[in-house]
Ligand binder design. Structure first.
Ligand code: PGA
Length: 250
């Protein structure tokens, strides 16, 4: 039985006092049968460490550079994240792929670096509206998973998290249907089975992301291949985020 996971991706939000205010509410969530993770911007990670340390809530980063140190101006290493208590790192979010040109291969290097640092990668995959219309959803997300996990060994695969995030549903206010999300998450689990075998496919947690809120989270969690959600906009509204988590832990 896979444990449900609710992860918040704040994106480039939460400057100054706003981060502390949000973290203070999240810190009061009651533990239950689900994991709760927040991924604030780098600038709020020390605040996350200060306010969440000692609670069951974990925190992570939205990105990392896949090298231990060196001449990478503006980048952040895996060790810098673990020094701030991060146990999670989002890899290959579609906004980074689209706006910053991250390739499948580079995302794969990040996944490897995150695992090497002892953190859990949340590998994001998802198709554009055009790719879905062309019937290419399965091939796109399978390619992103295969390339993203090229450097992963079979015995590591069960502790990975994959997030299926159709690009057309992100920030759109209109989520995929639970059936559309389940179909894609099923393909992804099948893909992990082909790559790494049954134990990995049964263990890997697959999230849905894209306009998830308290009104639709239950429909996604009811699906056999969906183990939780990666939440953008709704993770910035403390009450809404906690309400989503409370549904998952129930
Ligand atoms: P959204 O974003 O919940 O605002 O749609 C999800 C994401 O990009 O992870």
């Amino acid at each position: 039985m896979r444990r449900a996971l609710i992860a918040g991706n704040w994106k480039m939000n939460g400057a100054g006092d706003a981060a502390a205010a949000l973290l203070q509410v999240v810190a009061k969530a009651e533990p239950g049968a689900a994991d709760l993770v927040v991924c604030p911007p780098f600038t709020a990670l020390s605040e996350a460490q200060r306010l969440l340390c000692g609670t069951f809530v974990q925190w992570g980063a939205q990105n990392v550079y896949p090298a231990p140190s060196g001449a990478y101006t503006g980048e952040i290493s895996p060790a810098m994240l673990t020094a701030l208590g991060c146990r999670w790192c989002i890899c290959g979010h579609s906004e980074r792929r689209q706006l910053l040109g991250e390739t499948d291969g580079f995302v794969g290097q990040k996944v490897r670096a995150v695992l090497d640092a002892g953190m859990t990668p949340i590998l994001c995959v998802g198709e554009t509206a055009g790719e879905r219309q062309d019937g290419r959803t399965a091939s796109v997300v399978e390619r992103e998973v295969e390339k993203g996990l090229t450097e992963v060994a079979a015995d590591e695969a069960a502790r990975l998290v994959i997030a299926y995030e159709p690009i057309w549903a992100i920030g759109a206010g209109q989520a995929a249907t639970a059936e559309e999300a389940e179909e894609a998450c099923g393909w992804l689990r099948e893909c992990v089975f082909r790559l790494f075998g049954r134990a990995a496919a049964d263990g890997v947690r697959i999230l849905y992301g894209g306009s998830v809120g308290s009104g639709n989270i239950a429909s996604f969690l009811a699906m056999p291949d969906i183990d939780g959600a990666l939440i953008g906009g709704a993770s910035l509204r403390a009450d809404e985020f906690i309400s989503i988590y409370n549904t998952a832990k129930a």
